[in-house]
Design a protein around this ligand. Structure first.
Ligand SMILES: NC(=O)c1ccc[n+]([C@@H]2O[C@H](COP(=O)([O-])OP(=O)(O)OC[C@H]3O[C@@H](n4cnc5c(N)ncnc54)[C@H](OP(=O)(O)O)[C@@H]3O)[C@@H](O)[C@H]2O)c1
Length: 335
């Protein structure tokens, strides 16, 4: 085993607040390993919108208390293995993981949350498509099992999740209606598989709800994938067809407020609120989605668009860009 330093670089959330609370340190102790964990030396860490919810206080901090190191995924090499090792990892294995504590040089991760990166897939693409790719697959396979011939609406279609959803749906023989803010984002969503695209930030013309209804001959769509939340949740119910479904999976504009369930009765609608973690509880489930995504990347069937790779110390700038709607695709931190 190569010798490990005692401290590392990391980004801490000392208290809840805006991106300015993120604190860069070079003297964070290397995390201790418990039995069944591996220590990963991260090469890249993935940035996800959920990191901003942990920072702002919309969600309780990972691990239950502050200060905390946020970051749900990383790619790098195994630096140390603790205790029994039933999955047969070796020091030096190139891996991608999903857990917590990713905005750091080293992360202690339960071994069953770690997946080997196949040859032919780069660290950037492995982590760039990992959490989001698995989420996108779980949405189209389990949250709403998409059928050939369906019409599906994807909000924020040029975002990290949006581009992956558009690409997956393109291969499923469905009509994809995407929404995106501004002409450049609209063009990108179209390139990635949206059949129709609506600029929901346009200041004139019909509303996005009116446009979706027009595109579907007044019927509405079979399913809406809504990760925008507060600004779109109600319109999403309006454009779902009779017996259709709205899958809420995020809060980019803020949380969906409590509402009267009677709203669903006018069209016998179904709604769902999903989180990836509940689709990948067992090792078998994690391997199903992880290998599904990595195989698609390796085969060139899922293109991971990296918006920008930020140095670890610039994590606050990265989060500001994400929250400020200035990004398309995936943001990474270079550790
Ligand atoms: N449930 C899960 O397990 C899971 C997993 C991964 C991600 N998610 C969710 O998926 C959603 C997308 O995540 P992402 O990381 O891929 O982000 P993203 O889509 O790349 O970025 C968010 C996008 O949302 C749109 N948006 C609309 N209103 C906004 C507002 N008021 N503030 C900020 N953005 C706004 C913007 O696109 P336009 O400019 O085009 O409107 C923005 O670029 C998030 O809600 C995230 O929490 C959920």
């Amino acid at each position: 085993m190569s010798s490990l330093p005692s401290t590392m670089k990391a980004i801490l959330v000392p208290q809840n607040g805006g991106a300015e609370v993120l604190q860069y340190t070079e003297s964070q102790p290397i995390p201790p390993l418990s039995d069944g964990q591996v220590l990963v030396k991260n090469n890249f860490s993935g940035i996800n919108f959920i990191d901003t919810y942990f920072r702002s206080g919309l969600y309780p901090p990972p691990g239950g208390k502050l200060p905390a190191i946020i970051g749900q995924e990383g790619a790098g090499t195994i630096a140390k293995i603790a205790g029994s090792n039933p999955l047969g990892f070796k020091e030096g294995d190139r891996v991608v993981w999903i857990f917590r504590g990713g905005y750091a040089e080293y992360t202690a991760v339960p071994a069953d949350r770690v997946i080997k990166i196949p040859a032919g897939v780069s660290d950037e693409h492995a982590v760039g498509g990992f959490l989001m790719g698995m989420t996108a697959l779980s949405l189209v396979k389990e949250a709403y099992p998409v059928q050939k011939g369906d019409t599906v609406l994807v909000h924020a279609a040029a975002g990290g999740m949006g581009l992956l959803l558009c690409q997956l749906l393109r291969g499923m023989d469905v009509t994809v209606i995407g929404t995106a803010g501004g002409p450049e984002k609209c063009a990108l969503a179209k390139e990635n598989g949206a059949t129709h695209i609506i600029d929901y930030k346009a200041s004139s013309g019909p509303s996005w709800v009116e446009q979706v209804l027009k595109l579907t001959g007044g019927k509405g769509v079979d399913c809406v994938f809504d990760g925008v939340g507060k600004d779109t949740w109600e319109g999403s119910l309006e454009v779902a067809k009779r017996k259709g479904k709205v899958v809420y999976f995020g809060n980019a504009s803020g949380a969906v407020p409590p509402f009267n369930i009677q709203k669903l009765a006018s069209k016998n609608l179904s709604i769902m609120r999903t989180t990836l973690n509940n689709y990948i509880v067992t090792r078998e489930e994690l391997e199903f989605y992880a290998n599904g995504v990595l195989d698609l990347i390796k085969a060139g069937k899922l293109n991971i668009r990296i918006h920008k790779i930020y140095p670890l110390k610039d994590a606050a700038e990265a989060q500001r860009d994400l929250e400020g709607r200035r990004t398309t695709g995936k943001l990474l931190l270079k550790i």
